[in-house]
Design a protein around this ligand. Sequence first.
Ligand code: XCC
Ligand code: SF4
Length: 628
Amino acid sequence: MNECYGCNTCKSADKPLEEFIAGLPMETSHHRVDSQKTKCGFGLKGVCCRLCSNGPCRITPTAPRGICGATTDVIVTRNLLRAVASGSGCYIHVVENTVRNLKETALAKGTVKGENALRLLVHEFGLEESDDLHKMAEAVADKVLSDLYKPDYEEMELIEKLAYAPRYKKWKELGILPGGAKSEVFAGVVKCSTNLNSDPVNMLMTCLRLGISTGLYGLTLTNLLNDVMLGEPQIRMAPVGLNVIDPDYINIMITGHQHSIFVDLQERLASPEAVEKAKAAGAKGFKLVGCTCVGQDLQLRGVHYTDIFDGHAGNNYTSEAVLATGAIDAVLSEFNCTLPGIEPICEELKIKQICLDDVAKKANADLMQFSFGKREEISSQVMDAILASYKERRGQVTLRLLPEHGNKNTLTGVSEGSLYDFLGKSWKPLLDLIVSGKIKGVAGVVGCSNLTALGHDVCTVELTKELIKRDIIVLSAGCSSGGIENCGLMTPEAAELAGDGLKEVCKSLGIPPVLNFGPCLAIGRLEMVATALAKELNIDLPQLPLVLSAPQWLEEQALADGMFGAALGLPLHLGQQPFIAGSDLTVKVLTEDLKDITGGQVIVELDPVKAADKLEQIIEEKRKGLQI
Ligand code: XCC
Ligand code: SF4
């Protein structure tokens, strides 16, 4: 067998991982970056349209309009709106399943692990408090479901309760308060079809509308509903990286975004009966190995699942390496970002692929469609299939373990609630540090990982280092967290990399300079932190010395997230421009005019030092505005 597939892999911020992947005898995404390095210039600029049979039309200086007459601004914005609507649809699917699971849990009188989270929602929604947790959970679920299923011409009721009042007012003025979240996706898709809307600004406003429904429902609410079912995050230390994989167990890699689908399975796999079965097969038991955002979510709530969860191994573009260790016996996926590229690896290493949600069905996976009513049956089927896989493959497949990879002391479990508690049930200590200048500002480094913004996690990790050096505390959410944690920046020792002010704060509190809020869904938690800080200061969000960055945004979902940031009025840095360069108008609206629309601003900069300079400058300006 060829021992090394070829060392022409892309760079990673995680050097041991980069070396491991370069030495693998199989192909991964990291290998394919090279063969895809010549990018289509039309695609990059967003000026290719193939919406009708007259196309594909491509805009050039000598052909400034498509056959139908569509200008470059129309084509670019239409493409962008399509992407945002699709990304929004993904998150709305996640919150829909989550809230349905909550409702079914309530009806079945299932476990409510997060009573505080439930009471908070009941209070926020203005529902009646009672001693009956199931009754309250059902009422909460009904409220959310009723909003999700409203038509697009009927405003969602909870928006006003969930949003910060000055923002709600601004959105109302702008006429971008969303109707039912599912219908908004539909309306967005209609708007960008052939020979319909040709007003780029109108389409961009629809993007902002979708950003609001995506953010408040797909992100913020998904977290809170999950907290009710799965337990609230608690701050603790946890191991991260490939070292979490223990070959003595039957290991299941999980990928996706829908933590609530795993409730029953998690319990079953940890039961004495399951452990007995595993032992009979020669293993010590079953373990879940985290990957992508659902892994981050489990890590965040890991305190409730220490018996079954081994830890978070890595982000989307670490998943192939996790499988290549040979110590994973099955992949359980329920959503993106489950790369198609894992399929040949699973085939080669006899790894069972099981998919729990049809929307993410992989070609060689068995579909075991989750439904709450059939949860026990599904859990049994899943367990048996994984057990069979373990028996069939172990001993037949080479193990390539990396026991030193990652670290054992990453701080995790940070949420708007656990951070507030940690600070002594007050935001004042954090605000005092910001006012004193020991912490110059806050940066949310969020979103995905990709392989093109200088390499795997390179832009993310380098930018994070630059920010903390400038005394800007970093809060992270998404696959960016997976990269940052595996590179050690979430260990208390990373305080040494921070500027003097932030270093002192970290050392006195025993915390790292980067706080991990978990999955991309937790961008919603960052919004809650930002809102709490603004409320305390009695200012609107755009006045805060707070910036967002998605240095390595990847997917359409990330664009929908980005529109949430834009609607919130926050400065948003991107390492790479979305495919909009072909429209000066779209670029101008997002990078300049947005300041006068929502207060936000998109900044595109691939160089981490220059990006940090720009973000620092914005933070300085906001500080001046607040006279601190
Ligand atoms: Fe990660 Fe969330 Fe992005 Fe996918 S989309 S790459 S953050 S798993 Ni959220
Ligand atoms: Fe060309 Fe217009 Fe058809 Fe697009 S919609 S492919 S620009 S003719």
